[in-house]
Design a protein around this ligand. Structure first.
Ligand code: 5GP
Length: 197
């Protein structure tokens, strides 16, 4: 059976990671997108267990104590973490796993599991990102500025990543992402193991 690989996708809030991932899932099978746990409140339309596991801070701390997270980080005042068990069971089933997490989390996963492929999704420009955050209408102007500042700082860490996908259009970004997943399964070692030497 083909082995599953773990891919981390990071990028600023508002860059459209969710939309790009949705488009990827429509064109690619065998992909499991990890559902993170968070202490932030649900946005309209978000469902518990589907978009996030929405947890009280005390429960999040219990999960930390039980070593239930592959990684976790604080982001703009809230905690976010990747539950380990779902990631591992999906990989065991041969699925590629996508973790949509921030840069701090990505670096933790890369250290624990160096075979992880890190992909950064960037906006075509900072103006475009500010416009998308404003149009989304879920954050107050101060929070938008905070998220923009955070995005610029995060982009400086992009050199720790293996790939950068620019989300100019959803179709282009999803196509590039799909190509990266395919290419990673064409690596010499994997093909040698598959064919036999
Ligand atoms: P949002 O509040 O917009 O849903 O997410 C804010 C940030 O938290 C995004 O950059 C998102 O990628 C990141 N994030 C979501 N889940 C996780 C997680 O499990 N771990 C880490 N480290 N970051 C996460």
């Amino acid at each position: 059976m083909r082995k599953g690989k773990t891919f981390v996708i990071s990028g600023p809030s508002g860059v459209g990671k969710g939309t790009v991932l949705k488009a990827l899932l429509e064109q690619r099978k065998n992909v499991y997108v990890s559902v993170s746990a968070t202490t932030r409140t649900a946005r309209p339309g978000e469902e518990d267990g589907i978009h996030y596991h929405f947890l009280e801070k005390s429960v999040f701390q219990e999960w930390i104590a039980q070593d239930a997270f592959l990684e976790y980080a604080e982001y703009v005042g809230n905690f976010y973490g990747t539950p380990k068990k779902f990631v591992d069971s999906a990989m065991d089933e041969g699925q590629d796993v996508i973790l949509e997490i921030d840069v701090q989390g990505a670096l933790q996963v890369a250290e624990k599991r160096p075979e992880t492929i890190l992909i950064f999704i960037a906006p075509p420009s900072w103006e475009a990102l500010e416009q998308r955050l404003t149009l989304r209408g879920t954050d107050r102007p101060e929070k938008i500025q905070e998220r923009l500042q955070r995005a610029k700082v995060e982009f400086q860490s992009a050199d720790a990543y293996h790939y950068v996908v620019i989300n100019d259009t959803v179709e282009n970004a999803a196509r590039e992402l799909d190509a990266i997943l395919t290419a990673e399964h064409c690596r010499v070692m994997e093909r040698m193991e598959m064919i036999g030497t």
